[in-house]
Design a protein around this ligand. Sequence first.
Ligand code: ADP
Length: 449
Amino acid sequence: MDRISLKIGIVFFITILMVEGILFYYLHFSIIHSRIDEELNSLQTRGNNHRDILETSYTPETIHHITTMESRTETHVVITDQKGEVVTSSIPMDQSMQNIVAAAPRDVPRSGLILEDDWRDMKYIASVSPLEETGNVYMFKNTERVQGLIAKLNRHFWLAGILLLSSMVIITLFLSRFITKPVIKMNEATLKIRQGDYSVALPHLGNDELGELGESIQVLANDLNHIKRQRSEFLASISHELRTPLTYIKGYADIAGKESTNPEDRSKYLQIINEEATKLSGLVKSLFELAKMDENTFSIQKESVELCKLLQGIQTKMLPSFNEKNIKLNFICEGEIYIEADPVRFEQIIINLLDNARKYSDAGTKTTIHAFKKRGRTHLAIEDQGKGIPKDDQAWVFDRFYRVDKSRSTALGGSGLGLAIVKELVEAHGGKISIKSEVGKGTIFEIVI
Ligand code: ADP
């Protein structure tokens, strides 16, 4: 048996045993008590009845009739006269009977008296009923009969007790198993998690607190599993991302270092090496930022920022690169909008989004920055007329290293980390970013703060 169910079982068993013990004792006591009371009462009533008959006719026939009647029953009658002398007795009087008669008080109330009620130790229980002016009627009953009755009752009690006890053992075993089963299952699950195996599948453990705990453990295990998978995927992606530029750098450095390479080619190769190294350092920088965000050591210094002014500045800064690709960059800002933001980080968000709009749009299209307030919230939308993002990919573009079209993105200098950083930054500002896009028509990234 498991330790916890043993513990619960023992506590449960002892508690029930105590409660039932007390109940049984009380029941036993009161049943015996009332049974004896009944016996004594019936004895006294019988004596009173004889007394009533004798009072109406105190004749030798009546006396004879009463004694003969009693000699056929379990009770015995003794009739005495005024002086206490025995007139008649239904059985020959023994010492105990004589003692009881001798010890009887002089003044007996009309309703009679119980003379002996010790059914355990004495030979008889006895009562007396007074005969007006003529003596007393004594009634006796052998206690052996009463004791037999009680012994029978006790036997019933024992039987009931044993039956109850055995059913209690079975119920306790069953119940403690039933109660502790979820705990044991959860314990096994957490042990498995501790050993690094997150493939835990806890069944539904009920709707109570234990059930909730089980669900939490399951969610925890799933999360850990997800994190574990994500981590290995992430590491695989990083090594892959680093390998490509490094291969280029190493290859071109080898050729550039050869004596036979002419100076013109050499400077071209050095140029490529420079570009790849720049890409690499950008990638490392992005990774470092994401790592800081993950660790929560990343801090944003919020201050009151006038959004339209900030956007104006960014537009001016970005215009040349848009012009170069012959893409229009429009800017709509409704009134003055103040937000609590870190200006440097917020600019990074917008530049990343605008960079993407430019990268994934063709010449002759238009990109619009639109900022407005609606129901107390600030909306910032960046809308392009570029190639769009397929529905199936939209949910994943914020994931690290996720690229819809890998070769194109890489060719455009993308690392797949831009939107992941944007999302983290938006959330650090207490905002949300959503995406609306249609392939061939364009994409809208909307930030709501
Ligand atoms: P990347 O550095 O590759 O641009 P991002 O995280 O910024 O990485 O973007 C992830 C992917 O989402 C991109 O590779 C691209 O396929 C897609 N994407 C992002 N912005 C746009 C956009 N404005 N239009 C079309 N596709 C986009």
